[in-house]
Ligand binder design. Structure first.
Ligand code: ZN
Length: 159
């Protein structure tokens, strides 16, 4: 069986940035996804097309096909008193911010006096990503999975 539209695929993966630093890994708990439904970033999903169980490969996905380039408009300076109640504000701290289109996650990028620079880009934006992938399993999706647009069961959505 080959990976194609509407197959549920289980993969083991290790994600590294362009410096070879491991940023994420399945570590013995394979990820299950529904192929052809944009469950994965497009560069990775495209590389999986046509693969079979046991196939191992490495793919480097440019930032634009992964989490996008860094959007400078998502980096803003805000007054430090927005963080009233936070005992010690530090670079690298992550907060949930309420924005026009819902909740977004921001990270403190810099602190200069009373001004705090917050960055709402995805943590992996601007990164070319390298995935080491092994295909562990392939099966036909259930109708319900196709309806939902994602895989169920181990490694997939639990509901
Ligand atoms: Zn579902």
């Amino acid at each position: 069986m080959k990976i194609e539209q509407n197959k549920v695929v289980q993969i083991e993966y290790t994600l590294k940035d362009h410096q070879g630093e491991v940023m994420d890994a399945s570590e013995g708990e394979p990820l299950a996804y529904l192929h052809g439904h944009h469950n994965l970033i497009s560069g990775l999903e495209n590389a999986l097309e046509g693969k079979a169980v046991g196939d191992k490969f490495t793919v480097t996905v440019p930032a634009a096909e992964a989490y996008g380039e860094i959007d400078p408009s998502l980096i803003q300076q805000v007054p430090g008193d927005l963080f009233e109640g936070v005992e010690t504000l530090e670079v690298g701290m992550r907060f949930e911010a309420h924005a026009e289109h819902g909740v977004e996650s921001v990270v403190i990028a810099a602190i200069e006096g009373d001004l705090v620079t917050v960055n709402a880009n995805h943590p992996l934006a601007g990164h070319d990503l390298t995935f080491d992938v092994e295909v562990i399993g392939i099966r036909d999706a259930a109708e319900e999975e196709i309806e939902h647009g994602h895989a169920h069961g181990i490694g997939g959505h639990q509901h």
